[in-house]
Design a protein around this ligand. Structure first.
Ligand code: ZN
Length: 460
């Protein structure tokens, strides 16, 4: 992937509205963005001065934003959408574990291609994946999804997830989908050695991500934290998603989820946690004090009836909050642009129309997400010197043209057509179509893959 940025041409976007999402919230009603050698070379008001050899894009009628950052996903779930449609998290997981037990690298590649294509088409330039199902004879699933990220052309944060607390030991998953702790730690270490690129322009990073308090032992959580800190990589897990989880933690560990993971060394500015729906004032203060990030997944939380995370309170406290689609078995839509809209509506349903603004939703999808992934130096805002990851949204069509404020149009309106998506200046989407791979072929392979997985699991 290192060669991708080097191949990118100079691109000039001219005449668009721009929301830079920089620290001052700088916006331009009509301006330009220049991307050269994979990085932003200029951004400002008015027309661009002539740039020799550049590809000039007439961006009138469009809004340029930083490319979106997805902070929580399970790409393999593109093969299992629509299962357990009316189940709670624990019911849904219990129905799905036996299906996921039949995953292999070939199916992972198919699912990840579909998931990453959908993310690209919804404005995402940096994707992460929390992969924690590694069947013994499944092959190299991490390598398969990394290959899919190269194919689609997105910046990628792969996590080596894990489960080692099977049903016979008091956990939720069946024993056939859990792994031995020693094997997990060895695999984590070799994934970092093989794939993690810490450079500024990096297209691929690795984090460690044991699955959740009810699928992983406390000892493994502690060991993963120690290993990650020794290797200089980040930590991710699910936390405080449902009331069932809170009851599980109180019954098994005598502590609520946030107190439990704090005791294992799992709060800090190198940690981001998915969901955090059931957190109280004291938990929120701990996130803010330690810089622990939150991956907010409003659609998934609503689909599973888990509740609504206290995002306005987390933002007011100063905690880094990003957005995530979560796996599509609990969010069949799978697009990231939709999560800005959902986050806005959910916060307002709880606390009224001033609970969350369109600009706060955009901040979470960009700068907030970059902070969660530890990459705010390089991505998450349109500023000179940062990476050329840009989404250009068309707002002059039926869905948006009469809404005067472009950020309001993007977040309040229907999903906007994506005129252009650049990753390090390289075109991934143009004219609302994926340019790096054939979406029809990806969809056909996904349909076949979903049927194959269902057949293997005996549910077809
Ligand atoms: Zn998840």
């Amino acid at each position: 992937m290192a060669g991708v940025a080097a191949q990118a041409e100079t691109v000039v976007l001219d005449g668009c509205a721009i929301a830079t999402v920089d620290a001052a919230g700088t916006e331009y009603a009509s301006g330009h963005v220049v991307i050269r050698d994979g990085r932003i070379a200029a951004v400002g008001a008015g027309q661009t001065p002539n740039v020799d050899g550049a590809r000039r894009v007439d961006a009138r009628g469009c809004l340029a934003t930083p490319g979106f950052v997805n902070t929580h996903h399970h790409l393999y779930q593109w093969l299992t959408r629509g299962y357990a449609a009316d189940g709670t998290l624990f019911e849904w997981l219990t129905a799905l574990y036996p299906v996921w037990a039949h995953l292999d690298a070939e199916l992972e590649y198919v699912a990840a291609s579909a998931g990453l294509a959908a993310l690209a088409l919804s404005g995402c330039t940096t994707a992460m994946d929390h992969h924690y199902v590694f069947p013994t004879s499944g092959g190299d699933l991490l390598a398969a999804e990394i290959e899919a990220a190269r194919r689609i052309g997105l910046r990628f944060c792969a996590t080596r997830g894990s489960m080692n607390l099977g049903r016979s030991a008091g956990g939720l998953p069946p024993d056939e989908v859990v792994e031995d702790a020693d094997r997990i730690l060895a695999e984590c270490e070799s994934a970092v050695a093989a794939y993690h690129d810490p450079s500024f322009d990096s297209l691929l990073q690795v984090a460690l991500a044991p699955c959740s308090p009810f699928t992983v032992t406390g000892e493994l959580m502690r060991d993963c934290a120690e290993l990650a800190r020794g290797l200089g990589v980040r930590l991710h897990t699910h936390l405080a998603e449902t009331r069932d989880e809170e009851e599980y933690c109180l019954a098994h560990f005598g502590a609520r989820p946030v107190d439990y993971v704090e005791s294992l060394g799992w709060l800090g500015d190198d940690v981001w946690l998915a969901h955090c729906v059931h957190v109280n004032e004291s938990d929120i203060a701990k996130y803010a004090a330690t810089g622990t990030g939150v991956a907010h997944c409003p659609t998934s939380n609503a689909r599973l009836g888990s509740g609504i995370a206290p995002i306005p309170e987390l933002l007011a406290a100063g905690a880094p909050v990003g957005l995530g689609v979560d796996g599509v078995a609990s969010n069949e839509h799978g697009g990231l642009a939709e999560e800005l809209h959902q986050a806005l509506l959910m916060a307002r349903a709880r606390l009224g129309p001033q609970a969350l603004s369109a600009r706060q939703a955009l901040w979470m999808a960009t700068t907030g997400g970059a902070r969660c992934l530890g990459r705010s130096e390089a991505i998450g805002s349109l500023e000179v010197g940062k990476l050329g990851d840009v989404a250009l949204w068309r707002l002059d069509g039926l869905g948006h043209t009469d809404i005067a404020d472009p950020v309001t149009a993007l977040v309040f309106g229907p999903p906007a057509p994506l005129e252009l998506l650049l990753v390090g200046g390289r075109v991934v989407v143009s004219g609302n179509e994926l340019r790096t791979a054939d979406v029809t072929q990806i969809a056909a392979a996904n349909r076949t893959g979903a049927r194959e997985l269902a057949r293997r699991a005996g549910v077809a």
